[in-house]
Design a protein around this ligand. Structure first.
Ligand SMILES: *Cc1c(COP(=O)(O)O)cnc(C)c1O
Length: 344
């Protein structure tokens, strides 16, 4: 049985076509901006995401942090969701690197609300930090997508108040597919967007940060300051080009497999899945099981990896390399584990 990994879509490996493209990639020195493959990736990213310019960065975290640093000044305030990657999973970098005051808001199901954000915007009172940036995520880390109308309402409110908008689009293409939109319709709502090439899009390393030409020029300098100025990046960009031009076309398979998994899981006793919440390639199942902590090592022995959860919520992520049969195999194993614990 092949090894299966449902922990995340970050575990995807470069495809054979990517390895071939990496082998053949024409390279230069990207700090001198003469790496032709990286320049090509940045052109393609800007074009596909409907922005003037793009910058290749080593990680999604750096893409987000460059956006924060480039859009704001020290002591500014940025509004974020309390569950966002920027607030929860970037090691406090907004404060550590850019001196930002993050203002976290909690939204039902994580879905933003323009009027709730508007209420959190600071006044010009001498005591208050200026709100200069709002950060949105789409798709959300809880597997849901933010409707276009919500994005547009926030854009309108932000524009009236002269506040910039950054979108953490780590899974931007997943969001667009789930919403039945072109990514450009989502990115048209914001001033900058970062998008991971290394998750479901299978590149080994890297993200792109996109925005106006003037913004990217300043972000490029900040990237150098953070030590993210890299040299023969064409080796990586060659894979990233295929992420955008090829791998974006197959993401809907991952969404279908996630929905299929949700359906199979909900037939197992003690498991409940809110199928409404399965909108991209992630399934969050509530597993009210005894000895749930033993599930991960038990699966590991059978060559199937999941995150280490103590329950009751368990996340499964589908991606390139995981087929409908693999999803059936996982569901079968989960049913077997449950049976062995309840009757055995
Ligand atoms: C994965 C992810 C990132 C970036 O993560 P890196 O590991 O730094 O590439 C940013 N935002 C969200 C929502 C993510 O899921």
């Amino acid at each position: 049985m092949k090894a299966l990994d449902f922990r995340s879509d970050t575990v995807t490996h470069p495809t054979p076509a990517m390895r071939e493209a990496m082998f053949r990639a024409e390279v230069g020195d990207d700090v001198y901006q003469d790496d032709p493959t990286t320049n090509r990736l940045e052109e393609i990213a800007a074009e596909m995401l409907g922005m003037e310019a793009a910058l290749f960065v080593p990680s999604g975290t750096m893409g987000n942090q460059l956006a924060l640093m480039t859009h704001t000044r020290r002591g500014d305030e940025a509004i974020v969701s309390i569950n966002s990657h920027i607030f929860e999973h970037e090691v406090g970098a907004a404060a550590g690197l850019s001196g930002l005051n993050l203002h976290p808001l909690q939204f039902p199901d994580g879905i933003y609300d323009a009027s709730q954000i508007e209420k959190a915007v600071r006044s010009t009172d001498i005591h208050e930090p200026p709100t200069t940036l709002i950060c949105l995520e789409n798709a959300l880390a809880n597997g849901r997508v933010v409707p276009l109308k919500t994005m547009q309402d926030i854009q309108k409110m932000a524009k009236e108040r002269d506040i910039l908008l950054h979108m953490d689009g780590a899974r931007l293409f997943n969001a667009a597919i789930a919403l039945g939109l072109d990514v450009k319709q989502l990115t048209a709502c914001v001033d900058s967007v970062s998008c991971c090439l290394s998750k479901g899009l299978c590149a080994p390393i890297g993200s792109v940060l996109c925005g106006s030409a003037e913004f990217i020029l300043r972000a490029r300098k900040n990237r150098k300051m953070l030590g993210g100025g890299m040299r023969q990046t064409g080796i990586l960009a060659a894979a990233g080009i295929l992420s955008l031009t090829e791998m974006t076309k197959r993401l809907k398979e991952d969404h279908e497999n996630a929905r299929y998994l949700a359906e199979l899981l909900s037939r197992i006793p003690g498991v409940s899945v809110d199928t409404e919440s399965v909108q991209i390639n992630m399934v969050f199942a509530t597993m009210d099981w005894p000895e749930l902590d033993q599930l991960q090592p038990w699966l590991e022995e059978k060559n199937v990896r999941i995150g280490a959860y103590t329950g009751p919520e368990v996340r499964f992520v589908t991606h390139y390399g995981v087929t409908a049969e693999d999803v059936e195999h996982l569901a079968g194993l989960l049913a077997e584990f449950h049976k062995s614990r309840v009757s055995g």
